[in-house]
Design a protein around this ligand. Structure first.
Ligand SMILES: [Fe+2]
Length: 176
């Protein structure tokens, strides 16, 4: 391949076939990529807490967070591929994720188990809010397929928040 061909390919438009239009591609891809960064960030935070949790409920919390981490990670590929189907490009590196993520990292040396669960519950609740906002963007462009995927991911995030909520309530019971 000569230099000219390489240069042309580098700058070529990604002409993925989609009938949604350029504005839809831009708006929905943008919203989905920010969500993707949040899913990666929350995945790693959930695994961080899975690895570092301690105390009398260790086994329960350790296993719960592993399950939730698996679910978060499993969502990343469908989000990224949805962006590509829409004709957009998606995240390319950890650095790219860090620039887009809205979920805050927690690099603290020690976090109590209850603080871990509360923080994750809050992060999942915020994720639900942002997915609902993205659902609105999809509705504006009549992108029913992305909207339908989001409905499942919202339900899953609400389930994670529910489990985290019940587990933290347990910890507040007097005398425990
Ligand atoms: Fe593990």
């Amino acid at each position: 391949m000569n230099e000219k061909t390489v240069a042309a390919r580098r700058t070529a438009k990604l002409d993925t076939p989609t009938s949604l239009g350029e504005k839809a591609t831009r708006d929905i891809s943008g919203a989905l990529n920010a969500l993707l960064a949040d899913f990666f960030a929350l995945y790693l935070k959930t695994k961080n807490f899975h690895w570092h949790v301690s105390g009398p409920h260790f086994r329960d919390y350790h296993l719960l967070l592993d399950e939730q981490g698996d679910q978060l990670y499993a969502t990343t590929d469908p989000i990224a591929e949805r962006v590509r189907k829409l004709g957009g490009t998606t995240v390319r590196s950890i650095g790219h994720i860090a620039r887009l993520q809205r979920v805050l990292d927690n690099d603290a040396e020690y976090v109590t188990p209850l603080d871990m669960l509360s923080e994750l519950r809050e992060d999942n609740a915020r994720l639900v809010d942002r997915m609902r906002e993205t659902h609105n963007v999809c509705d504006e462009h009549r992108d029913v397929a992305t909207a339908s995927l989001l409905e499942v991911w919202i339900d899953e995030a609400e389930r994670r928040a529910w489990f985290l909520f019940e587990a933290t309530r347990h910890g507040e019971t007097p005398g425990r």
